[in-house]
Design a protein around this ligand. Structure first.
Ligand SMILES: Nc1ncnc2c1ncn2[C@@H]1O[C@H](COP(=O)(O)OP(=O)(O)OP(=O)(O)O)[C@@H](O)[C@H]1O
Ligand SMILES: [Mg+2]
Length: 500
């Protein structure tokens, strides 16, 4: 002590200095928390700050993971470093968790060792104890009491209040990162295991041809047009074309040109600049989003002529113009389109542009109607029953011989989708292990059954059968088109287009 100074004033100056140091520490911690950090780094930081500021000799901090006692630990001056389980089950730590506030004590046993003094604080978020911060053995300095006091406890509470939210955020970020990793991995393995043969079921010559074309065209970068009736697997083929292509890591975007009103189709495809009309937010179009990947234009035959002209320009110039935008944006997109329409007939009727047709159909893949590969019906049925059973976590029911025969004989106007829906219904209703013919709800008395006449039908006969079938289903559901579409296994729009 220097002459001229009273011990009282010295003490005052010391206390003031201490306060400033603590405030500075809290300020530094709060600043350093603005950047995301891992739990371990956070715990190390608060420990490294708390121990010297509180004149402690040692300390530890822990974040608990679950009830089993896993977690993250940081320690200072403790050899060996205590594990998370030892910390979580320590009586003083348990007291902290119970008290939900800071505690300070004199002589105590902590982690199985006697200490002269101890103070700690739980790290709380939303009332839950995420972890603890504990300092041990206060070193007496400047005439201070040799144990932690009220002020130390307050400092610990402030520090914990700053760090706990950051700790929770770090934990969320870690689970999120783990989720993303898992999904990426799943995605990769799904894509890796995606073979055309496993996804598109069927070995009949017509189906083999389609599958071979899908596999071959996938590898190239040309635009592909997929044609075929409703429910023949056009969308499935389009997805396989992307998944098997060198662009598989890029995005796959689908747009149903028949489902989007004409007034919105252009902005859906090419995007819109902000403020084109009052209240319009800028939106990126699907073409731009699909850059580096595949754009799937479903029901391309239903695209209005005005949009067809714009599509053609995009395909020719490989750049898009957003609505209301001045700059052109280059896009690198492979286009796969699909339609159930007869596009050459649409071209003759003046409803589809011929030049666009040739741009879209560098390669055409026609998906066969189910009646062209009836021999695949038993295998397709087995495929769907297996999938339904796996989804529901039970054993797949088998099909009786009569049921198989009934399926093979049925005309299936809704193609594979109708078959899938039929089996879904049968699997839901069947009580035993085997699906009988009677369990199959064809919707109407099954014309094809027994006769086999339909095999010799011409295509216009088929249309008549289809129309009669649709009319009867409609009558059965009292004209409710949504229900009829469901029963038939086709989309409502498809049903509307039949113009019955
Ligand atoms: N060969 C096949 N193997 C396995 N599943 C198939 C096959 N063909 C179609 N499917 C299934 O049938 C359903 C209909 O297929 P998808 O949606 O691809 O047909 P679509 O031709 O696009 O029909 P729509 O013209 O009505 O849009 C899907 O559930 C699909 O998984
Ligand atoms: Mg489709």
């Amino acid at each position: 002590m220097t002459a001229g100074r009273t011990p009282g004033r010295d003490l005052e100056a010391f206390a003031l200095k201490k306060k400033v140091l603590r405030l500075e520490t809290l300020y530094d911690v709060s600043r350093s928390l603005t950047s995301a950090r891992e739990e371990k780094a956070l715990l190390e930081e608060i420990l490294a700050r708390a121990v010297p500021v509180l004149d402690a000799a040692r300390g530890f901090a822990a974040a608990f993971e679950d009830a089993e006692g896993s977690g993250t630990v940081a320690s200072l001056g403790l050899e060996p470093e205590p594990g998370p389980l030892a910390i979580a089950s320590d009586p003083f730590v348990l007291d902290l968790a119970r008290a939900k506030t800071s505690l300070a004590r004199g002589r105590e046993t902590v982690l199985g060792t006697g200490v002269e003094s101890v103070a700690g604080v739980p790290l709380l978020a939303g009332g839950r104890v995420l972890g603890v911060l504990v300092v041990l053995d206060r070193e007496a300095r400047g005439g201070d009491a040799p144990s932690f006091d009220e002020e130390d406890r307050r400092f610990l509470v402030s520090l914990a209040g700053l760090v706990a939210p950051a700790l929770e955020a770090a934990r969320r970020l870690r689970t999120l990162a783990a989720d993303i990793d898992r999904l990426r991995e799943e995605n990769r393995s799904l894509k890796g295991s995606l073979s055309v043969d496993e996804i598109l079921v069927g070995d009949a010559p017509a189906m083999r041809r389609a599958k071979e074309l899908v596999a071959r065209a996938a590898a190239s970068r040309v635009n592909v047009l997929v044609t075929g009736e409703s429910g023949t697997g056009k969308e499935l083929a389009a997805r396989l074309l992307h998944a098997g292509s060198p662009r598989r890591e890029g995005p796959f975007l689908a747009l149903n040109c028949a489902a989007v009103p004409e007034s919105l189709l252009e902005s859906e495809l090419f995007g819109i600049e902000r403020g084109v009309a009052t209240g319009v937010e800028a939106r990126i179009g699907k073409f731009e989003l699909a850059s580096g990947g595949t754009m799937f234009l479903d029901e391309i035959g239903d695209t209005p002529l005005a949009i067809q002209a714009k599509l053609l320009r995009v395909l020719q110039e490989r750049e898009i113009e957003r609505i209301g935008g001045r700059a052109k944006v280059p896009v690198d997109v492979r286009v796969v389109s699909a339609t159930h329409q007869d596009l050459p007939a649409e071209i003759r009727g003046g409803r589809f542009r011929e030049d666009l047709f040739y741009r879209l159909r560098v390669v055409e893949i026609r998906m066969p109607a189910l009646r062209e590969h009836r021999e695949d019906i038993p295998r397709l049925a087995g495929h769907f029953l297996g999938r339904i059973a796996a989804r529901d976590g039970r054993r797949a029911p088998s099909l009786s011989r009569d049921a198989v025969k009934a399926l093979v004989d049925y005309p299936f106007p809704g193609n594979v989708r109708e078959l899938e829906n039929l089996l879904e219904g049968a699997a839901a209703l069947v009580s035993g292990d085997s699906i009988e013919a009677a369990d199959l709800q064809f919707g109407i008395a099954n014309e094809g059954r027994g006769g086999g006449d339909d095999l010799r039908m011409t295509s216009s006969d088929l249309r008549n059968v289809e129309n009669a079938h649709i009319r009867r289903v409609l009558a059965q559901v009292k004209g409710n088109k949504s229900r009829a579409a469901k029963l038939l296994g086709v989309s409502r729009r498809t049903l509307y287009r039949k113009r019955i």
